[in-house]
Design a protein around this ligand. Structure first.
Ligand code: PAF
Length: 288
């Protein structure tokens, strides 16, 4: 069964009740337009907690491009139907003033250092400030025992992991693998905007990332990235960035060494839609 909570006050009282009853709580923050990637996070939380809470809130402060915010798909009824099939989920769907009672202009900047100066952060200035801001506000209202995030937004996951450490938070961060369409395209709410032709073409992104993974041991990362850029170019896929970086610091990696965790991250425009993806090339990703 689905229970929808609209206000921070109601959510806080429910949280207080569950804590008194010693119920474990799992939290899945989303911006709605749910797809199988989100479903896998909800299923993980349902397996591991007594109560699963999913938030649906399109956060205006993380959109650096107003038309992207405007075009972001919103369909709460469809999302609720999808969740209904999964089990008992509490949906927190607040209005903007519940999260930003003093307006969205009063954002306090947080020092994220290099973590927000590279890749997504370089191309979407202010994006991660907005993400950290909203996750912090949501976690004040829903201070769950476990927080579920997807590997697809790799840099976001890395930044939230860093913030939980800085806040000395007891919340356990759980990272869930990327769910892919049949042709390898990473599931995303943005895929809804792709034509079937573009969706097919976008499957090539994953194939190229897999090609890098296959050849990583015997090549310098610069050579691999140059080859991969040529392959993308041949397929008229224009990457905004393609980088092999350390999974924790996000600094570019030149040579693969034992003990490292390396990930290749990409953002590509496909027929006017910006897609991101990543593949762990080497080592193990640690959630905390
Ligand atoms: O990944 C998302 O959907 C959003 O960035 C998040 C974490 C829900 C914050 O708005």
């Amino acid at each position: 069964m689905i229970e929808v909570i609209r206000t921070a006050a109601d959510m806080t009282s429910a949280m207080v009740r569950w804590t008194k009853e010693n119920k474990s709580t799992g939290f899945v923050p989303t911006m709605g337009a749910l797809h199988e990637g989100h479903i896998s996070l909800v299923q993980a939380s349902l397996r591991e907690n007594d109560i699963t809470i999913l938030s649906v809130f399109v956060n205006p402060t993380q959109f650096n491009n107003p038309s992207d915010l405007e075009k972001y798909p919103r369909n709460l009824d469809k999302d609720l139907d999808l969740l209904n099939k999964l089990g008992d989920v509490v949906v927190f769907a607040p209005e903007i003033q519940e999260i930003y009672p003093d307006g969205t202009n009063l954002i306090q900047r947080i020092d994220l250092g290099f973590l927000e100066q590279t890749m997504e952060g370089r191309h979407r200035p202010g994006h991660f400030q907005g993400v950290v801001q909203v996750v912090q506000r949501l976690l004040c209202i829903v201070p769950a025992s476990k927080l579920y995030m997807g590997q697809k937004d790799f840099q976001q996951f890395t930044i939230i992991r860093h913030m939980l450490y800085v806040w000395k938070s007891k919340i356990q961060l759980v990272i869930c693998p990327i769910i892919r369409e049949e042709n390898g395209l990473a599931m995303s709410s943005r895929n809804e905007r792709l034509s079937s032709e573009a969706r097919y073409k976008a499957g090539e992104i994953f194939q190229i990332l897999q090609w890098i993974k296959k050849h990583i041991q015997h090549n310098s990362t610069d050579n691999l990235l140059n080859e991969a850029r040529k392959m993308l170019d041949d397929r008229s896929l224009s990457p905004e960035y393609l980088e092999i970086v350390d999974c924790t610091t996000l600094h570019p990696i030149k040579n693969i060494k034992e003990g490292l965790c390396a990930v290749v991250c990409i953002a590509v425009w496909v027929d006017g839609v910006r897609l991101i993806d990543n593949v762990i090339l080497y080592g193990k990703l640690t959630p905390a």
